[in-house]
Design a protein around this ligand. Structure first.
Ligand code: SAM
Length: 271
């Protein structure tokens, strides 16, 4: 997979040289290129912003500079054999759709992703408009309901979440299966390691039993319990057919029942 990140702070992305993403880059599983937007400026001061038309606070990133940058990055990928449908332009913005594990899974299947990191009050709206109209898939992504100073943190998040889904990046692919926000739709169960007793806190006996079926059941029950407590919105989305008798018993134990559309609180007044 190829990812191009365009930013006025290329050094910000240095963290992607570390850990599993760094290894994925070194081994060629991830072809990550970071570009300085100012390379496409044409004036002596390397200006990337201007005041907002219509007035108001702050500065807005210029469409002409972004246009040159994105055209060249897209052309580079096309030269390397990527077709128009193989490319997606990701524009981080607090007004975008919220980035989730589903988005990461989808992007992991896109051969070439370009991330355009905004700063100041953001990028002139015509940039997104222009590339959409030219047939490029453009996704405006938000990390959540808060405002950051720039899109670089979002680029780090997107690249890390996507890269770990590429085959070969995470050593044991099974570790991706049971994770929070995975296919099961549950948060992950609590995890423990040695020593079995620490400061008076003991690891649950079942985990030391060596009994795989019981451990699996215990973990699924804890995942259900934890999801009910912390993210009831996720529990409601579970398909009833994905829940066996033991799952239903675990749900009942935490005050939920399974209706025709999925789990609901047994006592709706308490929800
Ligand atoms: N004026 C913009 C607004 O109110 O929507 C906020 C601009 S913000 C200060 C500058 C840049 O930070 C944005 O262009 C975007 O790249 C990035 N950014 C800020 N918050 C973000 C979020 N929640 N998710 C993704 N990117 C974000």
């Amino acid at each position: 997979m190829r990812v191009d990140v365009v930013t006025i702070f290329p050094e910000y992305l240095a963290a992607l040289d570390l850990s599993l993403v760094g290894k994925a880059r070194a081994s060629g599983l991830l072809d990550l290129r970071v570009h300085d937007l100012r390379a496409w400026t044409t004036d002596r001061h390397r200006t990337v912003d201007d005041s907002p038309l219509g007035g108001g606070a702050g500065m807005v990133m210029r469409p002409d500079v972004w246009g040159l940058a994105v055209d060249e990055v897209l052309a580079g990928a096309a030269g390397a054999g990527a077709g128009a449908g193989d490319v997606e332009l990701v524009v981080p913005t607090p007004s975008g759709e919220v980035f989730t594990q589903r988005t990461a899974e989808r992007l992991a299947g896109v051969p070439h992703v370009v991330v355009a990191c905004g700063r100041y009050e953001g990028i002139d709206a015509r940039v997104v408009e222009h590339y959409r109209a030219s047939g490029v898939r453009v996704t405006e992504l938000s990390l959540g309901d808060y405002v950051l100073n720039g899109g670089e943190v979002a680029a780090l998040v997107v690249v890390e979440a996507v890269a770990r889904l590429l085959p070969g990046v995470v050593g044991n692919p099974h570790s991706l299966v049971e994770e929070s926000h995975g296919v099961a739709g549950l948060l992950e169960y609590p995890v423990y390691t040695r020593p079995p007793s620490w400061r008076g806190h003991d690891v649950p006996d079942v985990l030391l039993s060596g009994h795989h079926a019981r451990i699996e059941r215990w973990r699924r029950d804890r995942a259900i319990e934890r999801t009910a407590e912390r993210r009831p919105d996720l529990l409601r989305r579970l398909a009833p057919e994905a829940l066996d008798r033991a799952d239903r018993a675990a749900l009942e134990a935490v005050g939920w029942t399974v209706g025709p559309d999925g789990p609901v609180p047994a006592d709706p007044r308490g929800s």
